[in-house]
Write a protein that binds this ligand. Structure first.
Ligand code: FAD
Length: 485
């Protein structure tokens, strides 16, 4: 009898799925020899290549993935260049007959998949694409009209029941068999993804542990000590350091799958009150909604979904944008958020909404400029979530609420940071102001400010705009937009 020929090797093309567990492409390799590959293809990503904070994350995440793969028996090959050049060459080198990968939603990544498939087909190698990093396939979920859902509530109502029978996560492979013949890859250090001095990421390592183990640890921490049950109350309090899960960068890089998080959260809630999981699961549905939107409306990062906004009279002003970026707007809750963003690479969701609203409404700066700053400074910068949320705040995106719902930064601060713990932490120059004036220092009597050591314009800026005047100007701009033919 002829000896059975051993199966041909496959390439595992890692992208934003930097994990071993519940990784459909990796699981599909079975016991075939594998060459795991990560391609840094900045030409394909263009302006959506990772920003500064995300590059810091990627460096550490790749190091963690490489170590985890090595421990299983197959190292991670790193290469720079066009994926449609790199992958066929590697497939040839190891004699692979297929490249296995998980899909992505970003338009540039879908283009990249098409080019890679064509290049591989030219040499008789298949590109096998597995599912998107989502709970539900966007192609199988559309509104009655046949179009994508463009408001969250009906979307959530449609998708939630379908997730009752969500498939369980796949296990990580027990062992991997390395393919022979791979050329040497590049050294991660040579990619210089971490900052050159000055090290603006100095605070990151104490806050974040990129990689699959870090993601699992973060999930376990969130599910311990009643945090899941306290989530609905704590999630809107930016001073609660552990009020939310902190899973966003791990989800963005695919160090943990949303399916794994979904099942773990439900299982944790089963032990007590099942309904306690719902407020958190709803946030996972927001992620889902943003990604479905990007899938169906690929123009999302570039153009307003509401066509009328193409004529919105933005008033770009580099001085105002810079003050906002530096956390010097004179609105304490906004400045605290922008400084948290710079220091931690992350900002609390409630404060993201307030800071973004002040930029686009009170200051009339284009939402693209805010989104670009977030893209560069967030460790969780994500094309779907960032674009959809900026459009939502600007009023030009997928939202049932009218444009003129304008957040008041003073009242939002007083409501969600009533004791001022968040503001005092990130804006220490205001720490000695009494609670009553903390979110409106310009209204404090001169003597109160002096006693607190605050001279406006010297220790802390006056607000860039009077809140009522800023609101009125935003409403006038909106009215002007509507009058345009
Ligand atoms: P949790 O409260 O623990 O929520 C769990 C998960 O649900 C999050 O990790 C995230 O994946 C998802 N989620 C929660 N809120 C939202 C939301 N509003 N939209 C979409 N998904 C959500 N999130 C990003 O991941 N990347 C971004 O680039 C991003 N940009 C944003 C820009 C603006 C202007 C705003 C208002 C929000 C943005 N968000 C973004 C959404 C949200 O602020 C973060 O996902 C959240 O703060 C992450 O913290 P967490 O993991 O502790 O959240």
């Amino acid at each position: 009898m002829p000896r059975p020929t051993s199966p041909a090797p496959v390439l595992i093309w890692f992208r934003q799925d930097l994990r071993l567990a519940d990784n459909p492409a990796l699981a599909a390799a079975g016991d075939r020899p594998v060459l795991p590959v990560f391609v840094r293809d900045e030409a394909a990503a263009g302006r959506w290549a990772p920003g500064g904070a995300a590059r810091w994350w990627l460096h550490h995440s790749l190091a963690a993935l490489a170590a985890a793969l090595r421990a299983k028996g197959a190292g991670l090959h790193l290469a720079r260049g066009r994926a449609e050049d790199v992958l066929p060459a590697l497939a040839r080198a190891v004699g692979a007959d297929a490249v296995l990968a998980n899909r992505l939603c970003a338009p540039w990544a879908r283009e990249q998949e098409r080019r890679v498939a064509t290049a591989l087909a030219g040499q008789g190698v298949r590109l096998v694409l597995h599912e998107l990093p989502l709970l539900h396939d966007p192609e199988a979920l559309r509104a009655g009209s046949g179009r994508a859902y463009e408001a969250f509530t009906p979307f959530a109502r449609a998708v939630r029941p379908r997730l009752e029978h969500l498939a369980p996560p796949l296990p990580a492979p027990a062992r991997l068999r390395a393919a022979d013949g791979a050329p040497a890859g590049e050294a991660l250090e040579s990619w210089r993804l971490t900052p050159r001095p000055p090290d603006w990421a100095a605070a990151f390592p104490a806050l974040w542990q990129p990689g699959e183990a870090g993601a699992e640890a973060r999930l376990a921490r969130f599910l311990s000590a009643g945090r899941l049950h306290g989530y609905a109350a704590a999630r809107d309090r930016p001073s609660e350091a552990d009020g939310t899960s902190g899973l966003s960068p791990h989800l963005h890089w695919g160090e943990i799958s949303p399916r794994r998080v979904w099942h773990a959260v439900r299982a944790a809630a089963e032990e007590g009150d099942r309904a306690a999981a719902e407020p958190f699961l709803r946030e996972l549905l927001w992620r889902e909604f943003c990604h479905h939107l990007l899938w169906h409306r690929p123009e999302l990062p570039e153009r307003p979904l509401r066509a009328a906004f193409a004529g919105f009279p933005w008033a770009p002003d580099a001085r105002l944008l810079r003050a906002w970026q530096r956390g010097e707007t004179g609105f304490p809750i906004v400045d605290a958020g922008m400084r948290q963003l710079w220091r931690h690479g992350w900002m609390h969701n409630r404060v993201r909404m307030i800071a973004a609203s002040v930029l686009v409404k009170h200051l009339l700066q284009p939402w693209h400029d805010g989104a670009a700053w977030f893209w560069d400074t967030l460790v969780d910068a994500d094309l779907a979530n960032n674009s959809a949320n900026w459009q939502w705040v600007a009023g030009c995106g997928a939202d049932a609420a009218p444009y003129f719902r304008i957040f008041n930064p003073v009242r939002q601060g007083e409501r969600f940071d009533p004791e001022g713990r968040y503001v005092r932490r990130f804006v220490p120059e205001l720490a000695r102001l009494p609670d009553r004036f903390l979110h409106r220092p310009w209204e404090a009597p001169e003597a109160v400010r002096r006693a607190a050591g605050v001279v406006l314009g010297r220790d802390y800026p006056r607000p860039l705009v009077d809140p009522a005047a800023g609101r009125a100007r935003a409403l006038a701009a909106f009215a002007a937009m509507r009058r345009r033919p």
